[in-house]
Design a protein around this ligand. Sequence first.
Ligand code: SF4
Length: 910
Amino acid sequence: MKVAYIDNKPYEIESGETILTFMKRYMGEKPVPTLCDAPNLDPFGSCRVCSVDVALEEGGKTKAMASCHSPISEGMYIQPHTPNIQKLRKNIIELVISDHPLLCLTCEVSGNCELQDVAATVGLRDVRYPEGANHLDTPKDLSHPYMTSDLSKCINCYRCIRACDEVQGEFVLSMGGRGFDTTIIKGLDQSFMDSDCVSCGACSQACPTSAISDIFQSKGVTATDTTRTICTYCGVGCNLEVSTSNGEILSIQAPYDAEVNQGHTCIKGRYAFKFYNHQDRLDSPMIKRNGDFEKVSWDEAYEYIATKLTGYKDEFGSDSIAGISSARCTNEENYLMQKFIRTVIGTNNIDGCARVCHSPTALGMQRTFGTGAATNSIDDLKDTNCIMVIGANPTDAHPVTGAKLKQFAMKADNVSIVIDPRRTELARYATHHLALRPGTNVALLNMMMYYIITENIGDDSFIENRTEGFEAFKEEILNIDIDALEEVTGVDRNQVKASAYAYATAPNAMSFHGLGVTEHSQGTFTVMQIADLALLTGNIGRRGVGVNPLRGQNNVQGSADMGVQPHQGAGYLDVTNDEVNKKYNEFYGVEVPKEIGYKIPEMFDAALEGKLKALWVIGEDIVQTDPNTKKVIKAMEATDLVIVQELFMTETAKYADVILPGASFLEKSGTFTNGERRVQAVRQVVDPIPGSKPDGQIIVDIMNKMGYAQADYTPDGMLEEISQIVPFFAGISWDRLGKNGMQWPVAKDGTETQILHTVDFKRGKGYFEFNAWEETQELVSHAKEFPYILTTNRELEHYNCGAMTRRTANEEILQDDYLMINPDDAVENLINDGDYVCLESPRGKVDVKARITDEVKKGVLSTTFHFPEIMINNLTGDVHDSEAMCPEYKVVAVRLRRSKGKFKQVLADK
Ligand code: SF4
């Protein structure tokens, strides 16, 4: 056993630890004062406050060493608090304080200031130095809607700079000037607002004083409570610590002990919370009478809905009613909604937003592996050598995971492959960027697999032992026409070959994919190819490998797990299977239907055919976010009863007959499941605003009203029920979730699962299936008349329809949708940066502002869809994935011209 000594007592050392971490293991969290050290940053050793005396023999000559970055070694004798060291620390802090405003009483962080604490710990009472040159009149930076700086309080500890570099990877903050003029600068010595700051707040959380802070003063001590919950925006599932006082939310910080986000968030999680009590919140049930919404009581609304639904059920049958549940809601609420539709209404017409995002992922991975969820965890990045990111822009859409992927890509020894038509931020750091033409994923991945097979760099033993269907697959792959595929993809075959080689020969390779894979006519086939690539190279079933879909909304994984799908009930059980049907009937105590229900696009078709009489939509703005807006509106208008359960008067809510005001994630409890199958506790922070109710309770109320005895909504009670019917939730209970949740499948004894398919696949063997590339019908039918390809993308600041983020100060940072257009295309069409461009597709026209950039190739356009004023989905069409019916948002045939903004929408005021 190797030991070192603290105050002459021996303690075992661990390899790789510093003197500080060694002392922490035996002396507690704060063995010595520190300033430049932070839990989520690498050791730095700038402030020297953590210095300790170190000798190499007992009673030997000592040397002061900064403990935070000095490695421990065998036989060291450490004396943390000798008089010499105490004097040194006091002197350091005295020098720091000599250039620091002594305004503790009025400082926002008084009582929670690390400098104040350290000064007290070292016993500093006054400063011996006379007043001299100082930085006390440094002007404040109040330019940004969230971030502020007052560098008169800066102690040059570099924590903010390191957070910007090591956590976010943005490199916006740095140290400028020389000697006494050394100071923190943003960008090219700009303000926060003018710099490239992405407003993640990592610097403000890292700052030990209030030199960098936020407008919510999140390090102030006015909060009376903090509640740990989960972010409502994307599928990363960041943990948040929400501070409150008198039932008001003050600010949000990120807990360092969160396994998902380790003290980090993006702008949305940390700052975009003010929508929760915005004046636009719906605060009463409403029924539309004579074209106007009238406020009614909950009882009246329930009576109205129950009477209408019972009437349709009796007259037209259960299948005349459908429900769309919400990835914004908790697992328990989604479970209840599908239970209501199946048991009370008696139909499988239940679907959710996975239909328009990752339904091809679930289907494709189920076909290849047997399970449609991420195989590994983001933490596996620590043990991989190669990442392949396809059809995803994680630094905007999944920012905390995106920051980790970017950190990976920036390291010299790592290999990263980005397959995306756009030169995304990640693509700029990638070893290989394959900028393919939108709609050719299948062609490109078949080329990669061709090279892996012909170069004989696959994993033969894995193929032999764990897969089936390989010989037939190989035969097809060897027959592909590389010349033709090179031409359609627009990617040099040597680049494809090099990427295939990098992925196949890396000791461990992970893939990540997003909506640029799924929202295509061949979305499911592309997912199957990504899974095939993992089978072909043995990159499955251990740490640091796997297929990892970047799930879009916060609980899109959970809503599908809970049965928000027309073909699978809770736990992905096939509704048409007799055994499953028997199990559901017994469990629910009523007959549940066996026929597969409508998917969302089929609901719209049924409405237009007069077959759908009632549609209940929870937390989903289908008018703004589903393709072919005009068709969706017609479907809404053709449906007798549209019930919308929402926070705000969205574009969809405007077409409702009944509106039910739901509650935001801050006002209710339950669980969300993130993209790595992690079920995490969402804890209520404040009461629902007056007039609204938790969505789960609304569904319970209507179930009871319609004669099904359902207990009141409580997260522990619902989880108890779910654990009895969803096999992979068997061991999940509210009490077991703890701080960091549990990754399913969870066995009855509470054993969770970080990695899937370690020994077998759910379907037994991994299945190879070849699919040839086919041009999308959108281009086959319209490319001649509409020669440009429009694809869609997200922006960091807003989320989907923007109903929440547009009601926060995020709107001050990004106020408009815009169109990315290549400089050559801009010249050809006489378009200048900032001009309005009229985009026209076979479905309609919109006007959007141009941003000229070489992020997109000639012939390709890309735009966001966050603002109802633009309504980009007026352009998108009905082409969808051949297997899962996910709409093809990513390939739209358009033409363009400079315009005056005449077609700038319109529907927002309707
Ligand atoms: Fe929320 Fe996603 Fe941002 Fe995390 S990365 S704070 S989950 S939006």
